[in-house]
Design a protein around this ligand. Sequence first.
Ligand code: ADP
Ligand code: MG
Length: 264
Amino acid sequence: MSVAVQLEHASVRLGGRAVWSDVDLTIEEGEFVAILGPNGAGKSTLLKALLGVVPLSHGAASVFGRPVRRGSPDIGYLPQRRRFDPDLRIRAVDLVRLGLDGNRWGLSLPSPARRRRVGEMIELVGASRYQERPVGELSGGEQQRILIAQALVSGARMLALDEPLESLDLNNQQAISQLVRSFCRTQGVTVLLVAHDVNPILPFIDRVVYVAGGHVLAGRPRDVIRTETLTKLYEAPVEVLQTTDGRLVVVGQYEPVSHHANSH
Ligand SMILES: Nc1ncnc2c1ncn2[C@@H]1O[C@H](COP(=O)(O)OP(=O)(O)O)[C@@H](O)[C@H]1O
Ligand SMILES: [Mg+2]
């Protein structure tokens, strides 16, 4: 299996302050990775560092064996908190097609092959039913599926999804997580997904990456998601329980304890 992401002694400084420092991280190709941690800890910054949008102040970052570079077609990116104006008239299917067009508006009519690919991705995310509707009219969960289809359609080897489950109900969070896992399994796509709550996604992920207090801690869920580890990480009481059927459940005040005085 090849390496999708590698960080070596990586540090990022923003606004004259270290966000995180001396991070070593390896992610294998095809893994479904959850990026977790308090608000303001640097999760979005981690994705942006891999996209080459935020420079490292120290260390090295590579994606699929090559140094990170901005605009790489290897990574499909879904930024945090993307909302559509309710009045936005663009149809869902056209929004997905933009993923294929590299975000340029008004390209000429797509070839049958391109149209087929857009249709396949829409079907894959279960959005066929509402593909002709204006995105502004769709529910949060429906919009999210369309955005994931848009990220997928480009054929990127890796998806960087920043809080795609935010504001979705539990069923949708799980449905989308399941969908993402099946991409990883069937298409070998590597997925980095930033999430707020670990519980809905825990059954689906291969690896967790916690970003907190200027550090990054990564590993298999079973090794990292432990009462002592998370309590220390969040600097607040967190308890990890195991259900009778062996599932882990994280409970407690692991709501945003920001190390920086900011609320998002
Ligand atoms: N462009 C910027 N300039 C200065 N500070 C920034 C900038 N972008 C983010 N930050 C700060 O970096 C820290 C990490 O932010 P972010 O990666 O968005 O956190 P998270 O996604 O974990 O909530 C925060 O303290 C934030 O205020
Ligand atoms: Mg963020």
